[in-house]
Design a binder for this molecule. Structure first.
Ligand code: UDP
Length: 339
């Protein structure tokens, strides 16, 4: 078993990965500056509040704890925000990664799993998307991840620094029993926003219904966060066993439209979803679905929780447990009106 440092381990995907790493028997240290993460998502004793740009403290920590490998999640992830303040994304996501890599080199740690994104492909020419598709990000968030992937290619070539970049599609779902789930502020992701609409009765806006898809709404590849977390375990264990650097998509290879997600939420919650149709959101391609054959054949990973109703039901369970006071009141009123 290894000692693994998880940056951004107080965030959504990082906290689930920490959970599965520990279940697997690894020893985990979480580094998070808590600027967007949640302290309560990290078990007592393993959190170090350090910014990834603080190379000196990270070097010291990795030497002291004899870290074997790093899984690097710490980053900002809001596409819309990245178009308003791109410099924030390059400072945090790119400089933050460099600060971490410098520390790893100084501490003699040369194995890294990096949290990358399907946003690297921009508007893809072919769907399902294979890793060989051109890299043409269309927003600063995607570009910041691509820059780090490029840095990693050079570190592999000249510094014997081995990395696996995982390009995520749409992470969703939760591990409610473990108290883990999606808590972004502000929330911009589809499933938590639809669930909020169910609770409060306030309509969610669907961004466009005039796309060239069967029902006119966008298609995405929704991947359960626990399946995603498990992909990191396969990747880090491969590196620990001497594996080489590589890049993989992580998705289920099947797509669902926004309206199909609405219908799944209605099935799972037994409630009508109030929604309105709004204009398209800038930069939203009609369809993004992963070809994730490479990850399955090279590392033996498989999504085990790909069923959309399973994903929605885990997210709903977590949302019910984490309702704020206003949501509780509104949902209570809706429940009463239904009976
Ligand atoms: N979406 C929507 N209304 C919302 C948020 C998202 O219709 O309030 C749509 C969005 O246009 C996209 C899909 O839901 O087609 C998934 O969006 P999300 O922001 O969850 O993830 P992204 O695909 O941007 O990574």
């Amino acid at each position: 078993m290894a000692t693994i440092l998880v940056t951004g381990g107080a965030g959504y995907i990082g906290s689930h990965t920490r959970y599965f790493l520990q279940k697997q028997g690894h020893s985990v240290i979480v580094v998070d500056n808590l600027s967007r993460g949640h302290r309560e998502m990290v078990p007592d004793g393993i959190l170090r509040e350090i910014d990834t740009r603080d190379t000196a403290r990270l070097t010291d920590l990795m030497k002291r704890e004899r870290v074997d490998a790093v899984i690097h999640f710490a980053a900002y992830i809001a596409v819309g925000e990245s178009t308003k303040v791109p410099e924030l994304y390059f400072a945090n996501n790119v400089s933050g990664s460099l600060g971490l890599f410098d520390a790893m080199l100084a501490a003699g740690v040369n194995k890294l799993v990096f949290s990358s994104t399907a946003a690297a492909y921009g508007i893809p020419q072919r769907v399902p998307i294979a890793e060989t598709e051109p890299i043409t990000p269309i927003n600063p968030y995607g570009e910041s991840k691509v820059m780090v992937e490029k840095i990693l290619e050079w570190l592999d070539r000249y510094r014997e620094f081995r990395s696996v970049c995982l390009r995520y599609f749409n992470a969703c779902g939760a591990e409610p029993e473990a108290g883990l789930g999606e808590l972004h502020d502000p929330e911009t992701h589809l499933i938590p926003l639809i669930l909020k609409a169910v609770m409060t009765g306030k309509p969610v806006t669907l961004f466009g219904d005039d796309y060239p898809t069967d029902d006119g709404t966008c298609i995405r590849d929704y991947i359960h966060v626990s399946d995603l977390a498990e992909a990191h375990i396969f990747a880090v264990e491969d590196l620990l066993n001497g594996g080489t650097s590589d890049v993989f998509n992580v998705g289920t290879a099947s797509g669902h439209s926004v309206k199909e997600v609405v219908t799944a939420v209605e099935r799972v919650t037994g409630k009508k979803v109030p929604f309105t149709i709004g204009p398209r959101r800038e930069g939203d391609p009609p369809s993004l679905v992963a070809d994730s054959q490479k990850l399955q054949s090279k590392l033996g990973w498989k999504p085990k929780r790909a069923d959309l109703d399973r994903i929605v039901s885990d997210a709903w369970e977590f949302a019910l447990r984490n309702m704020n006071q206003n949501e509780q009141l509104a949902y209570g009123r809706r429940q009463k009106a239904d009976t």
